[in-house]
Design a protein around this ligand. Structure first.
Ligand SMILES: Nc1nc2c(ncn2[C@@H]2O[C@H](COP(=O)(O)OP(=O)(O)OP(=O)(O)O)[C@@H](O)[C@H]2O)c(=O)[nH]1
Ligand SMILES: [Mg+2]
Length: 573
């Protein structure tokens, strides 16, 4: 499906045309019908001659309801631009076109309505005039179809033109990151909360858990409707109604967004490009009360121009916007900026950085991932994806960094390890990314939580005490004046194991585990301490602590007076 928004000056026939094309009157409210004026968004859908489905979002043309128009056009794929042949190009024809351009819209057709009210010559002139106004914009080569929505003249041609538009407009991209900007909220009696909107970015399924921002409300999708029928799942680029469980209709409103949980990082500030409209008669600076329009949301923002005091009409620059609450945004999202005092559209642009870390005086935002990484030094890959919407391969471990920083960190860590010498460098004292770097160093050995140069032999590896304990096998004897410091270091490294005031070498414990496995091979129901003792030749004094160590390691488990296999029992051939 493609979602197409109407656009154009008040009374030029947008709603009448949607009605003529779909059979549905998009003016939903009694007041709209009575006054013949669209106030809020309307929705209708139809199938084109090719069978392709198209959904219309019908917007109001009156300047007083511009905010509703703005709420309707975020997320649409294309536009049906309406100009009445009788009146020609008018202020909101111009403003709507500017807004659609600022939102990055690329596709559309032009309907010249009220063809029946003018003669042929006027019609020709009116069409030329429209072509003049759209020249150089995304509608520059759009077909202009003359119609009379009341009698139906020209509608077949318009339908055929819409079919071409639909096939020329790429489907809304699926980035595995669904987001639905809510444009309506209902609370039908006895059945949860229903929200509608244009789904972009990914799919939603019945029973999915979703989050609603701002506020991080969690809800479950009870059912999904599109084109008037229920579906199990729905993809990007569709008009969708969701029935939600777990969130009350008074907690959410137009402008909130339904998103997949944990795939978004809501933010209350972002850096963005700002294209200032050439028609503005003053510079744009931080002074002024601004409203930003993003998705279906209108919100008051504070603004800072980056790298300049002000931006002149017709120029482009960068700004930092501060929002009153946190929205799920990504680089590439478009916004429109209006000044509420003067009630005029100032410009708009593209979100560049949803979590700026550089001071505003020095920030030079763009969409490059390299900049995001360079500004942070080391970034977790998942974090980077939340920040940019793009998944990249980690440089090392689960970290992304710049080649320069990688080389510098390798150098620094290598130097620290060399300096630590024989005892080694304690890894617990390093940052997580530094530990990841240690693992890539060739001439470094890591043992018992310490890293040391590979050519340095661990003085504790063949410590005389360890050798003595090992030589004692299952019945190690120790001198009375044992070096406690050495014992502590050797047990900390796992070379020796201390139990019931006895010391065993780790190789002896491993041998005991093999004995246990052998015993269990012939006694699958379990073996006794006596059997273990006979097999190892160790007295109870040694056998009991050894078995206790095996139990503690999960090699064996105790059941009554027997030992049975534990999860870590070694395999024997
Ligand atoms: N004769 C004639 N009248 C038309 C045509 N299209 C619309 N009208 C009339 O023009 C008036 C305005 O039409 P709407 O469809 O409400 O205009 P709109 O653009 O939706 O207006 P807003 O939504 O308020 O901006 C109505 O009285 C329509 O009957 C047309 O093609 N021919
Ligand atoms: Mg209307």
């Amino acid at each position: 499906m493609r979602v197409v928004a109407t656009a154009g000056h008040v009374d030029h026939g947008k709603s009448s045309l949607v009605m003529a094309l779909t059979g549905t009157d998009p003016d939903r409210f009694e007041e709209e019908k009575r006054r013949g004026l669209t106030i809020d968004l309307g929705f209708a859908h139809t199938r084109l001659p090719s069978g392709a489905a198209v959904s219309f979002v019908d917007v109001p043309g009156h300047v007083r309801f511009l905010r509703n128009m703005l709420a309707g056009v975020g997320g649409v794929d294309a536009c049906l631009f309406v100009v009445a042949a009788t009146e020609g190009w008018k202020p909101q024809s111009e403003e709507h076109l500017r807004i659609l351009e600022l939102l990055g819209l690329r596709h559309g057709v032009i309907a010249m309505t009220k063809r029946d009210l003018v003669d042929d010559e006027w019609s020709e002139i009116a069409a030329l005039e429209i072509a003049d106004h759209v020249e150089g914009t995304f509608l520059g080569s759009a077909p202009i179809v003359a119609v009379d929505s009341l009698s139906g003249t020209g509608l077949d041609e318009l339908r055929a033109t819409l079919d071409v538009l639909v096939s020329d407009t790429p489907p809304s991209a699926d980035r595995g990151r669904p987001r639905l900007w809510i444009d309506r909220v209902f609370a039908p009696k006895g059945s949860g909360t229903v929200v509608t909107g244009t789904l972009t970015g990914g799919q939603l399924h019945r029973d999915d858990l979703v989050r609603i921002e701002p506020g991080a409300h969690t809800a479950r999708i009870r059912s999904i409707q599109t084109l008037g029928s229920s579906v199990e799942q729905i993809g990007a680029g569709n008009r969708v109604a969701l029935n939600l469980n777990g969130v009350s209709h008074d907690e959410i409103a137009r402008g909130h967004a339904v998103v997949s949980p944990d795939r978004w990082r809501p933010t209350d500030r972002f850096d963005a490009s700002l294209d200032v409209l050439a028609t503005l008669d003053h510079d744009v600076s931080r002074r002024g009360a601004y409203l930003a329009y993003i998705g279906s949301r209108e919100l008051p923002v504070k603004m800072r121009v980056l790298g300049a005091e002000a931006l002149a009409p017709g120029t482009a620059g960068a700004v930092r916007l501060f929002l009153p609450d946190a929205l799920p945004l990504l680089p590439g999202d478009r916004y429109v900026l209006r000044e509420s005092g003067r009630d005029e559209t100032v410009g708009g642009g593209e979100v560049l950085d949803i979590a700026p870390v550089t001071r505003a005086s020095r920030a030079r935002p763009d969409r490059s991932i390299e900049r995001v990484v360079a500004e942070r030094g080391w970034v977790d890959v998942d974090e980077l994806e939340l920040l940019t919407g793009i998944s990249v391969d980690p440089t090392i471990g689960r970290w992304v960094t710049t080649p320069g920083l990688m080389a510098e960190t390798r150098q620094r860590v290598t130097a620290a390890i060399e300096q630590a010498g024989e005892l080694g460098l304690e890894l617990a004292g390093l940052d997580e990314y530094e530990r990841a770097v240690v693992e890539t160093l060739d001439d470094v050995t890591v043992e018992a939580g310490r890293a040391r140069p590979a050519d340095v032999i661990d003085p504790f590896d063949d410590h005389p005490l360890a050798a003595m304990v090992l030589a004692g096998g299952f019945t190690p004897e120790l001198p009375g004046d044992v070096d406690r410091l050495a014992v502590r270091e050797l047990t900390r490294r796992g070379v020796l194991v201390e139990r019931d005031k006895l010391l065993f070498h780790r190789d002896t414990v491993a041998a005991a585990a093999v004995v246990a496995a052998e015993l269990l091979a012939s006694e699958p129901d379990g073996f006794t301490v006596a059997q273990f003792r006979d097999r190892t030749g160790a007295s109870r004094k040694y056998a009991l602590p050894l078995i206790a160590e095996l139990d503690a390691r999960g090699v064996t488990r105790r059941r009554d007076d027997f030992r049975i296999a534990g999860p870590r029992l070694p395999a024997i051939d």
